[in-house]
Design a protein around this ligand. Structure first.
Ligand code: FAD
Length: 556
């Protein structure tokens, strides 16, 4: 698949559209899980202008697809977040007289035909959607294009997820980058040379003309505008639902408040999860605002130092272009700052990581199909791995202890419990826990990747896979296999006062100083805290040996 990536095939299929299709009765925009917004939405905007030009209505379609969610290990929290956003979107669209029609279609294979048949029922000859870069989704859309052609429908799929779409930033040899720094340098110059193109703000949809509601002012019976409370198989426990709604409220308005707080307010909290982006509102912008201090503060994972926009970016509730445009506004500049020297530049670099990993997914699709990017590490010997259904015995117990936050390593346990409670973790804690699973426990990165996807509210295949393969030393531009994090020194570095550990590991809340990061056995026993499940130094040696062995063997 790397040699002939499905993204290229999809773009070709889109180009091969029917030249002339007859005018239909409406235009359809197919909204996907990663574009849950009205503002600055490429496909929605195009669909709306066509509808206006042709003086026909616009219909927004959303397909709930449980089989897809299972295949991508989507967790209940992410699904719940999707439904909460959809409910608000339904109302905003209704105020523009645009129906949001929601269907549930379980079988992935028959989804393209089901959508096309819906279009037939509505007599629609134009379909718009934003591209999803996961292999299965690209293949689905290729099929949609070919079915559309045979039925006299024009299918239009356009880029929207990234600032610069995959395939644009290439090496001199016209190859896809597999190393971040040169990618980022080229990315920032391509961006600054084409600001109008890459930071374009796509206009909001126009209101629909009349005639799409019945005499009772309800949307025609053709449309089902009910958004379900939950998707069967992905029910969220009521307490968890409340926590999620509190920590990660839905909606575009909220996402804008969160970015405003990050860009303009200097307030922060030491309590992860306790922050309420709404009440902790924007103060006057000054040099000490959170984004200006991002460069030096971002690795202080015990504090609220990052934007926490990832759930909103992953679900497309806020546009990534808008994030960059906002940095231009505060710098009063017409050049995007992507330097390491400023807080803003460092933050823009993180947004570039998001583009980078999406580009890697599109150029090397095998990474998302369970293959390591560095093929030589396909033969690393793991203690437990997915294919074998986990090894059993100690290994399966170690895996469970990691999932439950009971490894006896306070920083790992606090992070895993934070993930369970908030559906989110700071980047540094993701790295520490991923490194611990893959190096200290020597458990296959795919097991961890899957568990994160199930738990994260911001789960994104490209970034999650990139992060896991970085930590496991198997990916593009990875952490070298011999640079294994020491969980104790990492803990002191990123949570020096231990506030984060005390918040999430209440058994240790009475401890201070070095004991908190590495509790002596007698103290741990007394507090009911587990002893370390492995010895770091021994595990480190084992990992080094396993990677060395894999590196010198040839891949069969
Ligand atoms: P900020 O520091 O404010 O950064 C702003 C935005 O830049 C983020 O919201 C995100 O969209 C992007 N970004 C930042 N760091 C990265 C990165 N390393 N890679 C890609 N994009 C980045 N991010 C996800 O959005 N979804 C995931 O499923 C995901 N899984 C990860 C798994 C592992 C093992 C690791 C190490 C990282 C993962 N990340 C993932 C990247 C990163 O941890 C989160 O994006 C970040 O912690 C989100 O917090 P924030 O919004 O406050 O980020």
């Amino acid at each position: 698949v790397d040699a002939d990536p499905p993204l290229r095939k999809l773009l070709e299929a889109v180009k091969e559209r029917n030249q002339k299709v007859k005018k239909g009765d409406a235009v359809v925009y197919w909204m996907r899980m990663a574009d849950l917004r009205i503002s600055d939405n490429h496909a929605l905007s195009l669909a709306s202008s066509q509808a206006k030009k042709e003086e026909i209505p616009l219909i927004v379609l959303f397909v709930i697809s449980p089989q897809d969610y299972k295949a991508h290990d989507r967790g209940s929290r992410r699904i719940d977040f999707t439904l909460r956003n959809l409910t608000l979107l339904r109302d905003s669209l209704a105020s523009l007289n645009i129906p949001l029609h929601t269907i549930t279609h379980d079988v992935r294979k028959t989804l393209p035909a089901a959508v096309l048949s819906l279009l037939e029922d509505w007599n629609c000859t134009s379909l718009y959607g934003n591209i999803e870069y996961e292999v299965d989704e690209l293949r689905r859309d290729i099929l949609v294009c070919s079915l559309a052609k045979s039925k006299g429908v024009n299918a239009n799929f356009v880029h929207n997820k990234c600032i610069i779409e995959p395939g644009v930033v290439k090496t001199k040899e016209s190859k896809s980058y597999a190393v971040y720094s040169p990618y980022q340098r080229n990315w920032i110059s391509v961006l600054n040379e084409n600001l109008d193109r890459y930071l374009k703000d796509y206009p909001k949809p126009h209101s629909n003309i009349d005639g799409i509601r019945d005499s009772n002012n309800r949307f025609s019976k053709l449309f089902d505008t009910e958004v379900p409370e939950y998707v069967p198989g992905f029910e969220l426990d009521q307490d968890d639902k409340k926590i999620m709604a509190n920590v990660w409220p839905a909606g575009e308005e909220i996402a804008h408040k969160i970015i405003d707080r990050f860009l303009h307010s200097k307030s922060r909290t030491s309590q992860m999860g306790a922050v309420d982006p709404l009440t902790d509102g924007a103060e006057n912008s000054d040099k000490a605002s959170r984004i200006n201090k991002y460069g030096q503060d971002r690795d202080n994972a015990d504090r609220d130092t990052t934007s926490r926009l990832s759930p909103y970016l992953s679900a497309g509730v806020i546009s990534v272009r808008e994030c960059v445009r906002a940095t231009l506004k505060i710098q009063k500049s017409n050049k995007v700052d992507g330097s390491r020297e400023t807080g803003i530049g460092r933050w823009v670099q993180e947004l570039a990581w998001r583009d980078f990993y999406t580009s890697v997914l599109a150029s090397f699709p095998r990474v998302s199909m369970g293959r390591p990017f560095l093929e030589k590490y396909a033969i690393v010997e793991w203690e437990a791995h997915q294919e074998a259904g986990d090894a059993g015995g100690n290994d399966i117990e170690n895996l469970q202890r990691w999932k439950d936050g009971k490894t006896g390593y306070p920083v790992v346990d606090a992070s895993m419990r934070c993930l369970r409670q908030m559906g989110w973790m700071h980047n540094r804690f993701r790295m520490i826990t991923a490194m611990f699973l893959t190096k200290d426990l020597m458990i296959d990165w795919r097991v961890g990747e899957r568990f994160f996807m199930q738990q994260l509210i911001d789960g994104d295949l490209a970034s999650n896979n990139g992060g896991w393969q970085w930590s496991a030393s198997t990916g593009v531009d990875p952490c070298p296999y011999f640079r294994i994090f020491n969980p104790y020194s990492q803990s002191i570095k990123v949570d020096p006062k231990g506030d984060f550990i005390r918040q999430f590991v209440p058994e240790l809340s009475g401890l201070r100083g070095p004991d908190l990061h590495n509790p002596p056995a007698s103290v741990a026993k007394k507090l009911g805290y587990p002893l370390p499940i492995v010895k770091h130094e021994e595990s480190r040696q084992r990992a080094l040996q396993r990677f060395k062995d894999a590196g010198i063997k040839k891949v069969p």
